[in-house]
Write a protein that binds this ligand. Sequence first.
Ligand code: ZN
Length: 134
Amino acid sequence: MDLHNQPRSSVDTEGYWQAAREGRLLFQRCRSCGEPVFHPRPACPYCLSDELDWEQSEGRGEIYSFTTQHIPLHQAEQAFEPRHLGIINLDEGFHMFAEIRTGSHADLRVGQRVTVWFDDRGDGVTLPKFEVAS
Ligand SMILES: [Zn+2]
């Protein structure tokens, strides 16, 4: 099934996707200004330095915002189940948009602690997702 929404790897993101396949969440940190940078990119968005180093996140953070997607993005998604999507503020100071696994939308709260898990889709792509911390 080709949904045309596969994450595409590039020279700037291959390290990120490889780490995800290994169950590790990476982000970048600017050697010049020290800011954490996410998503992976060739230059710091704060100071434009191209000296970015990879760091491994502990994968813990809190929900900044969330919603529930009730309609599939593509008609090919036959077995679509509503899913929860949110912006996660990671403890290292960056944020990312990701799916949040939970039983019910009503279970989610802004500020709730979450931890990363890795969804190996079996097609060579492993997606970092989050779930409510126990
Ligand atoms: Zn910088």
